[in-house]
Design a protein around this ligand. Sequence first.
Ligand code: 1CP
Length: 348
Amino acid sequence: MTSKKSLKPFLRALNGETQSVPPIWLMRQAGRYLPEYREVRASANGFLDLCYSPEKACEVTLQPIRRYGFDAAILFSDILVIPHALQQKVWFVEGEGPKLEPLKDAGDLSILKPDAVLGHLQPVFETVAKLNAALPIECALIGFAGAPWTIATYMIEGGSSRDFAKTKLWSYRDPDGFQRLIDIVVEATASYLIAQIDAGAQALQLFDSWAGALDEHGFRRWSIAPAKRIVDIVKSRHPDVPIIGFPRGAGPAYIDYAAETGVDAVSLDQGVPVAWAAQALDKSVTLQGNLDPMALLAGGEQLDRAVDHIIDGFASRPHVFNLGHGIIKETPPEHVTRLVERVRRSRS
Ligand code: 1CP
């Protein structure tokens, strides 16, 4: 038995412990803002090749840990490996982002091959195992996946989108067919996350990056309900592995998400007022966030002030310091150094 005290600071926060200095990691902490990432990226045969090369994926995961000593590392992969593992065509175009051969309607669901998922993702599990052996003892390893709604938007739009028109129209016009797609993604995601834990992941994050596009009913059915099912399935196998939910842009619906999905923590985007979240969200849930990535890009004293506001606002609750969304690729690496120093000097 590990006692609570012996846990890594990040896992202690997810276990409900309030700490005078919150643990810190950043969404997209491995990536193009780091010259050492760009170098490894250039040596790979495209972005997906990097995700499926355990040695290289392990290396880029470790880079921000070496530079900044973050309290957690996040597995280097992408949320779109799930559609890819379901045998949908997925590719990345330099400077444009992800492309998928889009699903047009429920008739296209037969393209998807749930039985292929775990076999396809073996290299990712190998990366997790390598990381588990390579990480410093105080640094936790986070596994992750996209949430079904967000994954469905890419599968239906065929890439990034501004208004998610095709996905929303499908969900309104054919909710039963859309539910079948969500169910396929729920099952694939739950087995993927369980396999990440089996390989050595110590916590999980579920990214619902486009949850903010849903209306009230849609949020309940396509964000809360699938997250709850994934949490239930994963916890039935691994009850002690904490799960962070990130329903980005949910606004006041963060209250229901935190109370109903069974997650151990919610990650807050920068639009959520700190004082409101600290008092309104279920007290059994750890809060993660929520520095504006643009404040980090800007740097300077405004950055210090924004950091202090977040630290002070969450001081009475278990808190993990993070951004409200992924780090912006133009961010100077020295600004991240300044951020980490500021967080760690708080209340010392
Ligand atoms: O060429 C490159 O280097 C591509 C840039 C890149 C990187 C570094 C992409 C393409 N994905 C990633 C890695 C990644 N993606 C990680 C692991 C690295 C880390 O966090 O340190 C994670 C957790 C993700 C998750 C991810 N991918 C999300 C959810 C989080 C979020 O930012 O909202 C989403 C939406 C994606 C899709 C994706 N992957 C990449 C791009 C350009 C996009 C599209 C984003 C969009 O539609 O706006």
